[in-house]
Ligand binder design. Structure first.
Ligand SMILES: Nc1ncnc2c1ncn2[C@@H]1O[C@H](COP(=O)(O)OP(=O)(O)OP(=O)(O)O)[C@@H](O)[C@H]1O
Length: 300
């Protein structure tokens, strides 16, 4: 089942087209990456889903129903521009947001306690937001986006401001939210997070959707027949000059492009050179695919 179906979505600001005929189908229970360079239209799309701004035309269905006000309670949103009340204490703020999202007073208290405990920040609960570091405030904002257990959680650059240890804490929370059945929409420029977390992605450029699908399918689609071969050299045969040495020592590792050969022929050629210690295809990284796609679609 799709939690969100977006059909022919258009949005302009004056003469600037921000979204052009966007179609998107987001299945329930997965982490879906929204990618694209600055100005591609990602924030505009996210704001329309959150009903902060209106679309010009097109349809958005939430679990098969036209998206309406009543769905807001089922959506959690961590915006890129963080918005906490600086003078309020952590505890008061989180209870306030939880109540705003429809939790009873006792549920709100219980959930806030659970989350503060889970994030190991219980000792901050009586601190004012403006006494917190950026990373600490980020944790509070993350809790405020998920405290009401929304079915759809939209996270815009959720790792910004976090040190590597806390980024790992947030990453694990994102995976745990998916595990309990939530759908997550993740907008980020950090391609390594996309590789680690996303099941599917859609990539945007200049208001258009330029690529979408399962991450593994996309990586296969852009494979460039490169192999990493590790060999313990035993024989005196010469290494072909096109093989690029990437690690030395008694065991050597080469990056090799498959040219007019089958994989088996390449493996046979490698076996002539010594004991094979490793042979694997190298798929392009999301970072490489992103850069290549944006260049292609910007020149077209
Ligand atoms: N309030 C606005 N008024 C006028 N133009 C806007 C407004 N908001 C966005 N735009 C324009 O719409 C286009 C899409 O912007 P949007 O913020 O959605 O992109 P984005 O992909 O989120 O970018 P970034 O990665 O930099 O956050 C851009 O050309 C931008 O200049």
């Amino acid at each position: 089942m799709y939690i969100l179906e977006i059909q022919h979505l258009n949005k302009s600001y004056g003469n600037t087209k921000a979204l052009n005929e966007i179609d998107l189908h987001i299945p329930s229970g997965m982490i879906f990456g929204i990618l694209g360079p600055n100005g591609a239209g990602k924030t505009t799309l996210i704001r329309i889903i959150n009903q902060i701004i209106d679309k010009d035309s097109g349809n958005i269905l939430f679990k098969g129903q036209p998206l309406q006000r009543k769905h807001i309670g089922h959506i959690g949103y961590l915006p890129e521009e963080r918005g906490l009340y600086k003078k309020m204490k952590v505890w008061d703020q989180l209870v306030y947001f939880a109540r705003l999202k429809g939790l009873s007073a006792s549920d709100a208290n219980k959930k806030v306690n659970q989350w503060l405990d889970k994030m190991e920040i219980t000792h901050w609960k009586q601190k004012r937001i403006d006494d917190l570091s950026k990373g600490m405030a980020q944790k509070v904002q993350f809790i405020s986006a998920v405290i009401h257990e929304p079915e759809l959680i939209i996270l815009d650059e959720p790792f910004s401001g976090f040190d590597p240890v806390n980024a790992e804490v947030i990453k694990n929370e994102i995976l745990a939210l998916k595990e309990r059945g939530a759908t997550l929409l993740l907008s980020t420029h950090r391609m390594e997070s996309v590789e680690q977390l996303c099941d599917e992605i859609a990539m945007f450029n200049k208001s258009e959707k330029i690529l979408s699908g399962r991450l593994s399918d996309i990586k296969n689609q852009f494979r460039n027949n490169e192999f990493e071969i590790s060999i313990q050299a035993q024989y005196e045969k010469e290494i072909p000059h096109t093989w690029k040495l990437i690690a030395g020592g008694p065991e050597k590792t080469f990056l090799v492009s498959l040219e007019n050969q089958t994989t088996n022929e390449l493996l046979e050629a490698a076996m002539q050179l010594g004991q094979i210690k490793g042979f694997k295809e190298i798929l392009p990284s999301m970072e490489q695919i992103f850069i290549q796609q944006v260049k292609t679609h910007s020149n077209g």
